[in-house]
Ligand binder design. Structure first.
Ligand code: SF4
Length: 740
C-alpha cells in the first residue's frame, strides 16, 4: 500500500485562499458553535455523549470522537446536528391535546418540541392525544394484535440510533406473534446490495475496511456522495490522496463535495482544502449498467482482466464476456450517456491499478433494477480480482448508524437472523433455538405493508422511529394508506408527522435513545465492526423505555405462554443469544465496556479468493442492458440529499452546493435550450405528480435533472420497485414547464 506523505502537498490543495474564503462549502466551525448553543442547557451531557458514545449518525462508526482508521478527531456536522435529539428536555404533554396546531408544523419543528416522554393515545374523532399509562397503552396494543390474524400486522424499524439488541429482540418478538412482517430502513437503502453481494460473493456486507482506502491505487465512487452523508470519510480520502490514491467518481452530477473538500480537523486541508476526484464520469440517471458494461467490455477485449483470478476463483465470466461482445458501443453510449472514450478512460484507470476499492450508495441501489446496478459493479471488481486482499474491496457504504445490523439481526421481512433465507427448514432450526414455532414464509416488506394498509388488509402497524410519510414515494398514497390502519403504534424519541394522521386508534410510545439504554447497546458499522456504545449518565426523558423491552412485553402479552422464551434480563443477555443465533457475531457476548469492539470476518472477507458461496467461488452474472436513454422533451430525474440526515431535513440550503430545497438542478445546456435562467420558477411533472421548483444551473449530465428528496417524492411511482429486494425507485421521467 502507498504511504501517506507527511509533508504538505500543495499539488492537492483545492484553493490557495486560506480556509476557502468565498468558496461554497460547509462551515464546520459555525456548526460547532451552533451545537454548543443548541445543547447549552445540557452541555455536560452532550459532551459525554460525544466523547463516550458511538455516533448515532451514519454507519462509519466511532468510539467517542475517535475511530479505528485514522489518528485524530472523528467528528462531523451530521453528528452535531443530531445531538439535540438526545439532549433536549421533554415536550410539554399539553401540546398533544390538540393536533390542529401541530399539523401546520414542519417535521423539523415537531422534532424541536422536545422528547416524547410518555405514552399517549388518540381515538378516532378526538382532537388530540391523551396521556396514558404504559399498562394501558401496551394492553391496547396487545388486544389489537390478539384480535386479528398475524398476517394482518406489520412492524417497521428505522435505524437512527437503534442497536443490534433492539433489532434482535424486536424480530424475535414479532416472530413469536406469528409473522415475519418486520422490516427496517435497510429495505429502502442497500437491500439490492445485500441481494447481489450474497449471490456473487456469499457475503451481504462490505468485503473490506475503510483502511483499504488509504494507500490503495484507486477508489471508484458510484452514485455516492460521502461528502454529504458520511463526512468523516472525506478525512479518510484526504489521507488517501496524500498517499497517492486516485479517485474516480461515476455519477450524474459533478458533486462539488467530491471534487474538493476542506477537512476541518486537519490543518493543511482546513486551510487549503483537498482536491478529491481525479476524474468524474457523468452518466445518465440509471445509466450505470451500460457504463460499467462498456468499461468491462474494454477490459475484456484488451485482455486487461485478471485471468488467473477469474479461472481459479470465479464462475460465469464466459457468459459475461459473450454477452459483452454482442453489445454495440453505440448502444452503450446511448444508454449510459457517456462516450466510449470515457468508458475506456475508466477502464484504463482500473487496468493500471493493482488494487482498487469500489464504493457505492443510493444512487446505485434506489432503482427498479438496483440489484443489476450492483451486479455490474461486482462484475468489474471480480474481473480484476479486487476482493479479499489489502487495498481491495466492494463497499456498499451505509448512511444510518444501525442499518448494517438490522438485516443481520433478522429485523427483515425476507431473512432470519444471520441473513439466511426464510423457508420451512430455516424456520424449523430457529424454532428449535427459540422454543416456539417460527413462521416459515417471508413477511411483508415496508412498502408492501403500506400497500396492504391501502387495501384494508392491515389491522395493526407498529412503526419504531422513521416516518413513512417522508420516506416512501407518493406521499398522498402513503397518507391514505396509513389512515386506513385501524391501530397504529408509533414509538420514537420525538414527534413526527405520521403520528398526527387519523386512525381508529393511534398510540404513541416514548423511546429511549441509544445512550439511555441500561447495559449499553451495540451497532455494526459499514466495515462490519460491532461496536459497544455504553449507557451515558445524564438526564432521562420521563417514562421513555428502550424498544427491545417494549416489543418483547407486547409479545408476552399477546402470547403469554411464551413469556419465558421472550424474556431477557438485559442487553447483555440479548448479546449472548445473538452470539448463538448468528454465528458470525460470536464475540458480541463479550462486549461490555466503552471501546469494546470486533470486526466480524476480519479486515477482509473472501481472503485468498475463498468465497462463502455454495461452491466456494465468486459468481459473475451477465446483466441485461439497462439504461436511461433520453427521450425528447423529457428529463431523467433523480432525487438527492441536501443538508439532511436521511429524511430529516436540517437546512433550507445545502452548504455543499448552495442549492435550496426547491432547486431543480439542470445543466446549462438544457437550461439554455429551454430559455430558462437561474432562479426561474418551473413546474416539474411526472405521470404521478408535480411540484414547483426553481432552476439551479449545475454541472449535471444534460438530459437529467435532480430534485431534493423527500420534497419531490410525489413525482415518484410507488409501483416501480426492484424485483428481488423490492426497493422503491427514487427516480422518475419528468417534464419541465416554465412558470411566470
Ligand atoms: S461521519 Fe458518520 S459516524 Fe462519523 S461522526 Fe459523522 S455521522 Fe457520525
Amino acid at each position: 500500500m502507498r504511504k501517506v506523505r507527511r509533508f504538505w502537498t500543495p499539488s492537492l490543495w483545492a484553493s490557495w485562499k486560506p480556509f476557502g474564503v468565498g468558496e461554497q462549502r460547509p462551515n464546520a466551525y459555525r456548526e460547532m458553535w451552533r451545537a454548543v448553543r443548541e445543547n447549552r442547557s445540557r452541555l455536560g451531557y452532550a459532551w459525554r455523549i460525544l466523547t463516550h458514545g458511538v455516533c448515532d449518525g451514519c454507519a462509519l462508526g466511532t468510539k467517542g470522537i475517535r475511530d479505528w482508521t485514522i489518528d485524530g478527531v472523528h467528528l462531523c456536522a451530521v453528528r452535531l446536528r443530531l445531538l439535540r435529539l438526545n439532549t433536549q428536555p421533554e415536550l410539554n404533554p399539553a401540546i398533544l391535546g390538540d393536533i390542529g396546531p401541530l399539523e401546520a408544523k414542519t417535521s423539523a419543528d415537531l422534532r424541536s418540541l422536545g422528547r416524547l416522554a410518555w405514552p399517549f393515545i388518540r381515538r378516532r374523532g378526538e382532537k388530540g392525544f391523551q396521556r396514558v399509562s404504559w399498562e394501558e397503552a401496551l394492553e391496547a396494543i396487545a388486544q389489537a394484535i390478539r384480535s386479528t390474524d398475524p398476517v394482518r400486522t406489520g412492524y417497521d424499524l428505522t435505524s437512527r440510533g437503534i442497536g443490534n439488541e433492539i433489532y434482535y429482540a424486536a424480530q424475535k418478538a414479532v416472530r413469536a406473534m406469528g409473522t415475519n412482517s418486520i422490516d427496517n430502513a435497510a429495505r429502502v437503502c442497500h437491500s439490492p446490495s445485500t441481494v447481489a453481494l450474497k449471490q456473487a460473493v456469499g457475503a451481504a456486507a462490505t468485503t473490506c475496511s475503510y483502511k483499504d482506502w488509504i494507500g490503495t491505487d484507486l477508489i471508484v465512487f458510484v452514485g455516492s456522495n460521502v461528502a454529504n452523508n458520511q463526512p468523516v470519510a472525506m478525512k479518510y480520502l484526504h489521507y488517501a490522496k496524500k498517499a497517492g490514491t486516485r479517485v474516480a467518481v461515476v455519477n450524474t452530477y459533478r458533486e462539488p463535495g467530491m471534487e474538493r473538500y476542506w477537512v476541518p480537523s486537519n490543518v493543511e486541508s482546513a486551510l487549503f482544502g483537498t482536491r478529491i476526484a481525479d476524474r468524474f464520469f457523468l452518466v445518465h440517471t440509471g445509466g450505470d449498467v451500460p457504463f460499467f458494461q462498456g468499461v468491462l467490455k474494454h477490459l475484456a477485449e484488451r485482455g486487461l482482466v485478471d485471468r488467473e483470478f477469474i479461472d481459479r476463483h470465479t464462475t460465469g465470466f464466459e457468459d459475461v464476456e459473450n454477452g459483452l461482445i454482442k453489445l454495440s458501443w453505440a448502444e452503450l453510449e446511448q444508454l449510459s450517456g457517456a462516450s466510449r472514450q470515457e468508458m475506456e478512460a475508466l477502464a484504463q484507470m482500473i487496468a493500471e491499478a493493482r488494487r482498487a476499492v469500489f464504493v457505492w450508495s443510493m444512487g446505485v441501489t434506489q432503482h427498479a433494477f438496483g440489484e443489476d446496478n450492483v451486479r455490474a459493479i461486482i462484475n468489474l471488481a471480480l474481473a480484476k480480482g479486487f476482493v479479499g486482499r489489502e487495498g481491495c474491496g466492494l463497499m456498499p457504504i451505509r448512511g444510518h448508524s444501525g442499518v448494517q445490523g438490522g438485516a443481520e439481526m433478522g429485523a427483515y421481512a425476507s431473512v432470519f437472523p444471520g441473513g439466511g433465507p426464510i423457508n420451512p427448514q430455516t424456520a424449523e432450526a430457529l424454532s428449535r433455538l427459540w422454543g416456539f414455532e417460527v413462521p416459515s414464509k417471508p413477511g411483508m416488506t415496508a412498502p408492501e405493508m403500506i400497500d396492504a394498509a391501502f387495501e384494508g388488509k392491515l389491522d395493526v402497524l407498529v412503526s419504531v422511529g422513521g416516518n413513512f410519510l417522508e420516506v416512501l414515494p407518493e406521499p398522498a398514497y402513503v397518507r391514505a394508506a396509513l389512515a386506513r390502519v385501524p391501530v397504529r403504534v408509533h414509538m420514537d424519541v420525538v414527534l413526527s408527522s405520521q403520528m398526527l394522521l387519523d386512525g381508529d386508534t393511534v398510540i404513541l410510545l416514548p423511546a429511549a435513545t441509544r445512550y439511555e439504554v441500561p447495559g449499553g447497546i451495540t451497532e455494526t458499522s459499514t466495515e462490519r465492526r460491532v461496536i459497544f456504545s455504553p449507557e451515558i449518565p445524564g438526564p432521562r426523558a420521563g417514562e421513555a423505555r428502550s424498544e427491545w423491552e417494549v416489543l418483547l412485553e407486547i409479545a408476552q402479552r399477546v402470547r403469554p405462554h411464551l413469556a419465558a422464551q421472550l424474556h431477557f434480563e438485559g442487553t447483555p443477555a440479548i448479546r449472548a443469544e445473538i452470539a448463538r443465533a448468528v454465528p458470525y457475531y460470536d464475540g458480541i457476548q463479550r462486549l461490555e465496556r466503552e471501546g469494546d469492539q470486533f470486526q466480524y470476518g476480519g479486515a477482509h472477507l473472501c481472503e485468498g479468493g475463498k468465497f462463502s458461496t455454495a461452491d466456494g467461488k465468486a459468481h459473475f452474472s451477465f446483466v441485461p442492458l439497462r439504461g436511461g436513454a433520453l427521450r425528447s422533451n423529457v428529463f431523467l430525474m433523480s432525487t438527492r440529499r441536501g443538508k439532511q440526515f436521511n429524511s430529516m431535513v436540517q437546512e433550507a440550503t445545502d452548504p455543499l452546493t448552495g442549492a435550496a430545497r426547491s432547486s431543480v438542478l439542470i445543466s446549462r445546456q438544457d437550461a439554455e435550450r429551454l430559455s430558462l435562467k437561474e432562479g426561474d420558477r418551473v413546474r416539474v411533472q411526472s405521470d404521478q405528480g408535480e411540484m414547483e421548483g426553481r432552476i439551479w444551473i449545475a454541472p449535471i449530465k444534460p438530459g437529467n435533472v435532480q430534485t431534493h428528496w423527500p420534497e419531490s417524492a410525489a413525482l415518484l411511482d410507488r409501483t416501480r420497485r426492484s424485483p428481488q429486494a423490492g426497493i422503491p425507485d427514487y427516480n422518475a421521467v419528468v417534464r419541465l414547464e416554465k412558470l411566470n
